[in-house]
Ligand binder design. Structure first.
Ligand SMILES: C[S@@+](CC[C@H](N)C(=O)[O-])C[C@H]1O[C@@H](n2cnc3c(N)ncnc32)[C@H](O)[C@@H]1O
Length: 261
């Protein structure tokens, strides 16, 4: 088990069981937050003790997706953290627009995209500049570890409270209204390619012009973050830009050639 936090043997055994039998490796995640999340799920099903919960998990096939939903925090929203999106709109989109020229293409990667709000926000931000042609010019790869979240993302159907962060003019332009929901426009959805990808273990998508990895690395131990960051760096094209959520939004260039990494 990586990391310096002390982990009780029952929790260690549970994490090992999940890795060996369910193919999800939580060893590089911060143990304090992992413990808190698992305890929350145990409370929901009325079980005390990691050992007893381990036995429950082995016996009940439907429990694993529920646990995964609790542990992988899918909290997200459209245009989350306004300041960062303002910086993207004013500094990043024009720069990439200029780089793409009149017929170039851009590749964007939303890492840990949860239920789709982040990649769809990116699609809207770029559509505002590229216009109707945007899906011929732009591919947004949107990946996550959580299949359930990806299913919701592909469905692209959101409750009114989910779209509160979308400016009214963009809501009117890029969403279709049904009696109870807002559905992200089919045409613009064509820019976004969803897929399951584990940023800790899977090979990165490459030649990326803009990489967005926000509110994910915070769940990983420092050691694991240090394994992931070079992979994300490797994903970037020459002059590609990246952002991870920090207190002050910052967009950094790749800064060196792939050969030198
Ligand atoms: C808090 S959400 C952030 C969503 C979005 N990026 C945002 O900032 O609003 C974190 C997401 O990271 C995903 N995640 C956690 N570990 C992951 C991993 N190893 N590889 C890929 N995605 C992961 C979770 O499933 C979850 O959907």
């Amino acid at each position: 088990m990586t990391g310096t936090e002390t982990v009780e043997p029952e929790l260690q055994a549970l994490i090992r069981y999940i890795q060996e039998n369910r193919g999800v490796d939580f060893r590089g995640y911060k143990k304090s937050s992992l413990r808190r999340r698992i305890l929350r799920r145990m409370e929901d099903v009325g079980i005390e003790g990691f050992g007893a919960y381990h036995a429950f998990l082995e016996k009940h096939a439907g429990e694993f997706p529920e646990l995964l939903n609790t542990v992988l925090i899918n909290v997200t929203s459209f245009f989350r953290d306004t300041e960062a999106w303002d910086a993207l709109r004013t500094q990043v989109v024009p720069r990439l627009r200029e780089r793409a020229g009149t017929d170039g293409h851009l590749r964007i990667w939303s890492v840990g995209c949860a239920t789709g709000e982040e990649p769809y926000s990116l699609a809207m931000a770029f559509a505002e500049v590229f216009g109707a042609d945007v899906c011929n010019r732009l591919k947004i790869y949107a990946t996550d570890l959580d299949e359930d979240a990806l299913r919701t993302a592909r469905h692209a159907t959101y409750a009114p409270r989910d779209v509160e962060g979308v400016p009214p003019e963009l809501l009117a332009k890029y969403f279709d209204r049904t009696p109870n929901h807002y559905v992200f426009q089919r045409e613009l959805r064509k820019c976004v390619i969803f897929g399951r990808h584990n940023v800790v273990h899977d090979a990165p998508i490459i030649r990326i012009d803009l990489l967005v990895c926000r509110n994910l690395l915070i769940y990983l131990e420092t050691e694991t973050q240090n394994q992931v960051l070079p992979r994300l760096h490797y994903a970037l094209a020459e002059d590609g830009l990246s952002s991870s959520a920090r207190r002050r939004p910052s967009w950094r260039g790749r800064g060196c050639s792939r050969r030198s990494t």
